[in-house]
Design a binder for this molecule. Structure first.
Ligand code: ADP
Ligand code: MG
Length: 238
């Protein structure tokens, strides 16, 4: 559970081709980071995996099954956004419960799931507050909590930490890495921050203008960048 395979996937907005044919195999349980400069297509590809953008051509398989035309809610994935995307008028508890209520889960089961997520993410003390009464880091924890309770086969993160200040960002990196270790669930993580990529990833895919230049472990990319772009972006001494 949690493998994602992209085969010759492309995306155009009107006449503008923003994703060139991409092939990529994301393995079950891995933490893969999409890194690259702003505008190179990272979010677009992530949104295509989530089903929030359709694919212009190519196929997306999830757990070996063609999911190219599967609606987002049926893909078994959970997306966490930079903007948190919380409902401002709902308490933390209700924000987390919302997708579960939509899925017609029983109140008892919802309570258990919220309690588990609260424990994992240290949300206990602010379950009854509204998002407006929380710090950026707390809001991001709630957004992650809302993803966890759905037990997705993969988490998709789009620059989840870029609204946080530097020291908090370092803490949240560690928390997300710990979460990955404890859940052992596939995570696809988009960032333009090389340090984030190097410290968090099992593998990194380096994007440049709609293509992936190289995929490899942080060490592989650092030691054996395939070209100047990767070397420059990763910061290897070549
Ligand atoms: P990144 O996340 O790497 O910064 P994006 O995936 O957001 O890049 O964007 C890739 C390119 O696609 C950019 O040139 C952007 O302007 C364009 N783009 C993204 N979404 C749309 C859209 N809905 N309509 C038209 N162009 C878009
Ligand atoms: Mg983006």
């Amino acid at each position: 559970m949690g493998s994602i395979t992209l085969k010759q996937v492309t995306k155009s907005f009107g006449k503008v081709n923003v994703i060139k044919p991409i092939d990529l195999e994301i393995k079950d349980g891995e933490f893969i980071v999409f890194v690259g400069p702003s505008g190179c297509g990272k979010s677009t590809l992530l949104r295509m995996i989530a089903g929030l953008e359709d694919t212009t051509s190519g196929t997306i398989e999830i757990d070996g099954k063609d999911a190219t035309d599967t609606p987002p809610s049926k893909r078994g994935l959970a997306m966490v956004f930079q903007s948190y995307a919380l409902y401002p008028h709902m308490s933390v508890r209700n924000n987390i419960a919302f997708p579960l209520k939509q899925a017609k889960m029983s109140p008892e089961e919802i309570e258990t799931k919220i309690a588990n997520a609260a424990k994992i993410l240290n949300l206990d003390t602010y379950l009854d507050r509204k998002p407006g009464q929380l710090s950026g880091g707390q809001r991001q924890r709630v957004a992650i909590g809302r993803a966890i309770v759905r037990q997705p086969s993969a988490f998709l993160f789009d620059e989840p930490l870029s609204n946080l200040d530097a020291s908090l960002r370092v803490n949240m990196r560690l928390e997300i890495s710990e979460l990955h270790k404890s859940l052992a669930t596939t995570m696809v993580y988009v960032t333009h921050d090389q340090v984030e990529a190097m410290t968090m990833a099992d593998r990194i895919a380096v994007f440049n203008a709609g293509i992936i230049e190289q995929v490899g472990t942080p060490l592989e990319l650092y030691n054996k960048p395939v070209n100047q772009f990767v070397a420059g972006f990763i910061g290897s001494p070549k």
